[in-house]
Write a protein of this length. Sequence first.
Length: 255
Amino acid sequence: MKDSPTHSALRELRRIFSAPRTFVALAGAVLFLAVSGPFGTYESLAFAPRLAYWAFTAPLTFALGTFTATLVARRFKGQGPIWFTPSMVAVSTALSVGALVLLLNWVAFGAAPTNLPYSSSLLGAVFITAALIALALYYISNQTSVMPKGPPPLLARLEFAKRGPLVSLSVQDHYVEVVTTKGASLLLMRLTDAIKETGTDTGLQVHRSHWVATTQIANITREGDKARITLKDGRDIPAARSYIPALKDAGLLPR
């Protein structure tokens, strides 16, 4: 039931590109690159085609770099000495982004990768830039991920004796049944508001009336275009068809 490195990388890419600030940052980066014209684009292109080039190249290389860095970081997490994983992230990201830039320039300018003086010069600059950016983002992400997290705010609404790891949330008329490993409670609130108080990356909404904690899932069985989730406490929770893609993105169901 563990999330695969590929699923983790795809989910991270989807999360980043679903945030409006990502597009604002990319727009700013594209404008900066178009004005400054790095990697020889200032000399070889006028402003309009240079802007078009970077508007196409920057998002593609950013997406590939993010996917590669996340995939490699997850794949080699905790392996080797302390420098091993970040080194793998930097080298893999630089190689993938460099190969993509060579391919794009071949299509856009007819600059064949077999032109060794050109390719080595371009790859050197791209490699160093991509590797440094990948390393910086890796360490920023790693520092963020190790920050201590407090208990989900939702638990503060429960009586003390029932405050334990969350298991599920279910709609009961105008109430939400909050089930933890220490018991069940009814809260007068909307499911959407309760889910907001579960914390980040703790679970998934699997039905318009149900949310489950991913760590409490014992098994998932497909039933046509739907699914049934068996929790560790023995209860079954239905997963509606519209929520199946989220289960697949989380690596809980095969694609």
